[in-house]
Write a protein that binds this ligand. Structure first.
Ligand code: BES
Ligand code: MN
Ligand code: ZN
Length: 503
């Protein structure tokens, strides 16, 4: 997709391959368009063919009544219940249909996407995200077959002059948010032999150069010096050297608060000596989606310029059962001095995060947010509609939850009560890295909480939301099969708003 433009016009007069129009249940279709089409829309509603059910798409081929070649009508559900997330999903469904129809460009009649209690800018942003994310596909290793190759290369948001400025601002933000999300998807979708810890580090370094971030990559010798025994323990089983990526965005304000983002960067998780079953093991190439979200967020910050200092930390390694691999029963020591009994080498994410979270303390951060494909238990609990949300500061948890709600990266809180923290106590070390199956998402977060005691912290378990097979009823139309880029839009929304509400 080229640039998304905003134009002021009567939708009926816009010459395009497809004019996308929202239809709600229980409200009449857009009067101006209906009139321009000689009452065709209300006739479609009366016939029962056009019901406005959420994401239902209907195509109408006008003759010369309007300038567009096709009218792509998409349902939004009940008029008084439409949300920004519904707009994203419906617009994505419509944009995908435009592509299968061979429309090379589309125009969206933005005023036909009303969302109660939302601003014009937020709606325009949601529409923009729906278009870009809906049309995303991962093509690095396979060309799209010729008969599916038509790309929608241009999109225009059509609005009235009174809303031009706010629509343009929404389209600008939507493009930044969506392009960052797609960058995270590309990184997540690349297989383990394409994205190694070294490649992640190189990607971080080259984007830092391109966009004016600071970047440092710690090598294993540095990690040893810092005492990162947990990360190094996991890395032992692989011939690929671990990397510890540090990115920094500095705002122009000199008194800005610091937020640290931490992303789990396991570029492939075999389970190690506690090896995983082979079925679906290939999905464990997605075990660096937390890292991808953090890198993509950092990459977008120079465009957004939030007045907050942001540090991105990515501990990156493979988890493999090589001859020198760490073993069940081993005891490793994290950077903060905590000793950890390794009862399961497949609970490796919390080990590499332990050292990264301990490292984060040196920034005396106002807040730390980590994202990790951490537990199968979280997938069982919440599926693909929400990430697990944990933390040690209720206000921060609430702010993250709200950023998730508004951005479409939904989260849902789970408890971290003291009895859960007891379950990771070990007889031979300070703590152990697994408390078994029950409540495993919670006990994993309880483990992390041992490394975050000096600052406000939230943890997002994105194991269920980071990638999708997109083959279920209710699958999200703006998430193609593969990595979703979850977390990027949440973090960007959080960082943009964060500063003023930081205390
Ligand atoms: N990367 C996995 C978690 C995961 C599972 C992500 C499914 C995405 C989909 C993590 O490293 C892991 O193996 N967790 C174990 C922990 C257990 C051994 C305590 C799990 O959840 O089974
Ligand atoms: Mn694992
Ligand atoms: Zn893992």
């Amino acid at each position: 997709m080229n640039k998304i433009e905003v134009i002021v016009a009567d939708p009926a007069t816009v010459d395009s391959g497809a004019l996308v129009v929202g239809i709600t249940e229980g409200a009449a279709p857009d009067a101006g368009l209906d009139k321009a089409l000689d009452g065709a829309l209300s006739a479609l509603v009366e016939s029962g063919d056009l019901r406005g059910k959420a994401e239902q798409v209907r195509v109408y081929y006008p003759r010369d009544e309007v300038a567009a070649q096709r009218i792509v009508l998409v349902g939004l559900g009940k008029a008084d219940e439409v949300t920004l997330e519904q707009v994203r999903r419906s617009v994505a469904a419509a944009a995908r249909r435009c592509r299968t129809l061979n429309a090379a460009d589309l125009a969206v009649a933005t005023t036909t996407f009303p969302v109660p209690e939302s601003t014009t800018a937020d709606i325009a942003q949601a529409i923009t995200e729906g278009i870009l994310l809906g049309l995303y596909r991962f093509t690095e290793f396979k060309e799209i077959p010729a008969d599916e190759a038509t790309e929608v290369t241009d999109a225009r948001l059509v609005t009235g002059s009174e809303n031009e400025a706010s629509t343009a601002e929404g389209a600008r933000l939507g493009q930044i948010f969506a392009r960052a999300t797609m960058w995270a998807r590309d990184l997540g979708n690349r297989p383990g032999n394409s994205v190694t810890p070294r490649v992640l580090a190189e990607a971080a370094q080259s984007m830092a150069t391109d966009f004016g971030l600071q970047c440092r990559v710690l090598e294993e010798a540095d990690m040893k010096e810092l005492g990162m025994g947990a990360l190094l323990g996991v890395a032992q089983g692989s011939d690929e050297p671990a990397k510890f990526i540090i990115l920094e965005y500095t705002p122009s304000q000199s008194d800005a608060e610091t937020v640290v983002l931490v992303g789990k960067g396991i570029t492939f998780d075999s389970g190690g000596i506690s090896i995983k079953p082979s079925q679906n093991m290939g999905d464990m190439k997605f075990d660096m989606c937390g890292a991808a979200a953090v890198l993509a967020t950092m990459r977008a910050l120079p465009h957004l310029k939030p007045p907050v200092r942001v540090i991105g930390l990515v501990p990156a390694t493979e988890n493999l059962p090589g001859g020198r691999a760490y073993k069940p029963g081993d005891i490793v020591k994290a950077m903060n001095g905590t000793t950890i009994e390794v009862v399961n080498t497949d609970a490796e994410g919390r080990l590499i995060l332990a050292d990264a979270l301990a490292y984060a303390a040196r920034y005396e951060p106002k807040a730390v947010i980590d994202l990790a494909t951490l537990t199968g238990g979280c997938v069982v609990a919440l599926g693909d509609e929400a990430s697990g949300l944990f933390g040690n500061d209720d206000q921060l948890i609430e702010r993250v939850r709200r950023a998730g709600e508004e951005s479409g990266d939904r989260t849902w809180p789970l408890p971290l009560w003291p009895p859960y923290k007891k379950k990771i106590e070990s007889k031979v070390a300070d703590i152990k890295n697994s408390a078994g199956r029950w409540a495993s998402a919670i006990t994993a977060a309880a483990f992390l909480s041992r490394f975050t005691e000096s600052y406000s912290w939230t943890h997002l378990d994105i194991a269920g939301t980071a990638y999708t097979s997109n083959d279920q009823n209710g699958s999200n139309p703006y998430a193609a099969q593969g990595a979703t880029g979850v977390g990027v839009r949440l973090l960007l929304r959080f960082l943009r708003e964060g500063e003023s509400k930081a205390s």
